[in-house]
Design a protein around this ligand. Sequence first.
Ligand SMILES: [Zn+2]
Length: 281
Amino acid sequence: MKIRNGLAATALVVTLGAGGPAAAQFPPPEMAIHEVRDGIYQILSAASGGITVLTSDDGVLLVDSKLPNEFDGFMELLRTVTNQPIRYVINTHMHGDHTGGNIGLEGLGANIVATENARRRMAATPSMGLPMLTFDNRLRLYFGGRPLDLYWLGRGHTDGDLVVHMPEDDLIMAGDLFAGFDTSLRLTDYNGGGSLMEWSATLEKVLELDFDTVIPGHQAVTDRAALQGYLDEIVQIQDMIREMHAAGRAPDDIQAALAMAFGQFAVFILPGVQSVIDELE
Ligand SMILES: [Zn+2]
């Protein structure tokens, strides 16, 4: 969930995480790797989005690539579980805390995959390490004998978020369409084509996929019920903004009320609530 240099959102996450009800699930400040299930690992740190690692006899596939300054650290952790070459890197979206390792990984021969929308936005930023393989709605990749379905299901966090579905594993990787439930921090990046009002419909489509387990964009593994709860809260936020706007309340007023109702940093809208109001009108 990176905004420009990523520090703002990260600092918010850390602040919220420290006292959160589920601190145990919160990413550690120091980067660490843990096994999600056989052959699937997650590399987490508080500084950036998580990396999901798929290992196989054919090589390694990564979902997301953290910040540039974390490259050496995550490669070191990765090499404790596999020495296979990295074949693919899937970017769930274009934010710099999910794409920062692209250049280094490209140098190791990895193929980078993202939505066309994400690539177009990445191309506007110099030296991002651009995807060479893109799609509009769906791409199936066979990796290590397993199918991986990559879907673009609509706008939300940005306009280029993909979800990775592993149908034979009942698993999805949600990227920042569901960064994590416990911190409740959700960023709608209108500058990146995001939409708070369309986010709920996008998540409804995600929930139509067949899965039990969810790997969020920034947190440890959780389940379908947590994703449903996250969607429910987005709908509540939409309703509250719609009702307050209809009642003639000013944007600052609405933002303050959202902070009161959902937590100080729970509803983070770039550049501001006015973008949501513009969608309503
Ligand atoms: Zn993001």
